[in-house]
Ligand binder design. Structure first.
Ligand code: NAD
Length: 458
């Protein structure tokens, strides 16, 4: 993309921040309604682009991308007015007579950088939160999902003025160019490696960041779990989008005594959900490109496959695969991001807690267990971004809870109120009345004034 054009858009937004119509909540609601309507109108184009980039079926495209975005817009249309209003808070007696309030204000001009795996949802959901909070946005979708990025560009141009939202198409060099500019906030979704670069660049301008990153998310199954249901839900979460999901269960960490039975159930579910020939299943997504395909198949070896393991270089599909692994195996060293599920085992729950907590903090953690004691123990003792008890990945499909990681899996969160707050600055304001002026804080200090100060401040 032409860098002069990018700079022109940046300057146009920057110089017009005070005239940005989105500073007023009524205009934000109008803009969100228009966005909703245009997404509906462009539904087929979005589905087609997702199909071209990732072979997503219409159902998966709606369930995991378009539908989630529409639901976030609905939430913001409903709550934007309430979120935007100043909130009265109590005032300490020492500041009598005054009233105190917290006023949410837009951060200004924000940069949103998104990845390719859920290319529509991960670009438009943060955009919805940023618009609801009244910001001007520069949006850089991923170059890897080029068809979706083009449709996003068209959608943005049909919905917003360049003063409000502007898309920048391109890859690493465009992103580096943008990161040299001074934004008021950067919202980045992508790998931990690039997240570190984004944070370093942001530091040069004292720009705040939200980082939505990845990592190895464990899926723990203890001996009290309902194995049939566990397998069904694990297979859903792992192989959705051909395993290219940031919150997919990365590896199966099960009790030694149930390993055989659980694997049998997982195999049964793979066949039930994806048929005996997943490579020929038209609704089964593909790896985004040859690089990701090669990264996946290099983990499949002659001696480690329990189930699946076949792939097709022409269609870039890899079968839902289960591997017999150890903690030293290649597939246990880095985030997998492919339909490959290693299985490792434990004897005691303490081992699980110490393994999880001694590695990079995962974005998600899943526990399948019928034991309330075990549920409470794992949920409170392990460090992770968010997760589920007896399910996988659905914790992100809500506007009522934050979605985000911690440390290596991310900083900050979004969705619903938390998303609104992520893109707002809260001004704390004391409105002091002029008809009374308590004297004790002013010099000259006296014993009586000191006594009064001590009375108020304790
Ligand atoms: P990526 O980090 O390679 O790319 C993300 C964005 O950064 C793209 O827009 C890309 O153009 C840009 N970029 C790439 N290299 C850059 C560089 N050197 N300097 C500046 N910008 C650069 O990530 P990806 O491959 O697109 O996505 C996969 C990763 O994203 C996985 O690790 C996954 O776990 C993570 N992810 C996280 C979430 C989440 O919500 N936490 C969601 C989806 C994906």
């Amino acid at each position: 993309m032409d860098k002069e054009y990018v700079l022109e858009c940046y300057n146009k937004q920057r110089n017009n921040l005070l005239n940005n119509p989105l500073r007023y909540y009524k205009n934000r609601i109008k803009a969100l309604k228009k966005l909703y309507k245009n997404i509906r109108l462009m539904n087929d184009e979005i589905v087609e682009a997702l199909q071209k980039d990732l072979n997503k079926s219409e159902t998966e495209a709606y369930m995991t991308e378009i539908g989630l975005v529409l639901s976030e817009i609905t939430h913001m249309i409903k709550h934007c007015k309430r979120y935007s209003k100043p909130k009265r808070v109590a005032t300490p007696l020492a500041q009598f007579a005054s009233k105190s309030y917290v006023m949410p204000c837009p951060l200004g001009q924000v940069l949103i950088i998104s990845p390719w795996n859920y290319p529509f949802m991960l670009s438009i959901e943060p955009l919805v939160d940023a618009i609801a909070a009244g910001n001007a946005v520069m949006l850089k979708p991923s170059e890897t999902s080029e068809n979706v990025s083009r449709v996003i560009d068209k959608l943005i141009k049909a919905t917003f003025t360049e003063n409000e939202v502007c898309t920048v198409l391109g890859g690493r060099s465009e992103c580096e160019f943008l990161l040299d500019l001074d934004f008021d906030h950067i919202f980045f979704t992508g790998s931990t490696r690039v997240g570190k670069i984004v944070m370093q660049k942001a530091a040069e301008h004292f720009t705040s960041v939200t980082l939505e990153l990845g990592g190895k998310s464990p899926c723990i199954v203890d001996k009290t779990a309902n194995l049939e249901l566990a397998a069904k839900r694990i297979v859903f979460g792992k192989y959705l989008n051909c395993g290219q999901t940031c919150v997919a269960p990365d590896y199966l960490y099960c009790h030694n005594s149930i390993k055989g039975k659980l694997i049998k159930e997982v195999e049964r579910q793979i066949v039930l959900q994806y048929s005996v020939d997943p490579l020929g299943n038209k609704d089964y997504p593909k790896m985004i490109n040859k690089k990701q395909f090669d990264n996946g198949i290099r983990l499949i070896k002659e001696n480690n496959v329990i189930f699946g393991g076949k792939y097709d270089e022409n269609t870039l599909k890899i079968e839902p695969t289960v591997l017999d692994s150890t903690f030293d195996s290649d597939e246990m060293q880095e985030e997998i991001f492919a339909p490959i599920l290693p299985v490792v085992t434990f004897e005691e729950l303490d081992e699980v807690i110490s393994y999880v907590n001694s590695h990079s903090k995962p974005l998600a953690l899943y526990l399948f267990s019928s034991s309330k004691k075990n549920q409470k123990r794992i949920m409170s003792a392990c460090d992770f971004g968010g997760g589920c008890v007896n399910d996988t990945i659905i914790h992100l499909a809500t506007s009522n809870m934050a979605f985000g990681g911690l440390k290596q899996s991310g900083i900050g969160g979004y969705h619903g109120k938390v998303g609104f707050d992520t893109f707002s600055h809260k001004k704390s304001i004391v409105d002091k009345k002029t008809w009374l002026d308590l004297p004790m804080r002013y010099q000259p200090y006296t014993k009586t004034k000191f006594r009064l100060i001590k009375m108020f401040l304790k």
